[in-house]
Ligand binder design. Sequence first.
Ligand code: FES
Length: 158
Amino acid sequence: MSDHDSKAAPKGRREFLTLLSGSALTVAGLATAGASLVYLRPRVTYGPPSRLSVGKPELYGSGSQVALPEAKMVIRRQGNKVAAISTVCTHLGCTVNPSETGFDCPCHGSTYDERGEVTGGPAPKALAWYRCTLAPNGEIVVDKHQVVAADTFLEIQS
Ligand code: FES
């Protein structure tokens, strides 16, 4: 063994230990960063999706109005046209019921005509009409985030 070899070994060990400690610090840093990201993620509860499929037009007979209580809307079909109308009262959010003249709110007595326009009670504005589209599979998709003017119907093929 030469003199050169005996001096090289301690230097190699030192480099190895330096590398090892650097790697350990890197791993510890990444673990800490990963744990911190968990706390940065907002803890929110997401509501129901705004776009929902309500089935194929054939489900709704011409001249019908079908209440979808869980979706808080009615689907109205007139001939080859369909529309989605909110059943959330614009006063304080109770669910309105379809009536012979339109919609009635059981909470504070607001009444709406068949287009959803306010005809009585404390409701400040009309019921919302939502945009309807046809999905590639032929089902009606209602987007509750897109309010359209009253009497906006989706034309469908019969
Ligand atoms: S919530 Fe409908 S009238 Fe008050």
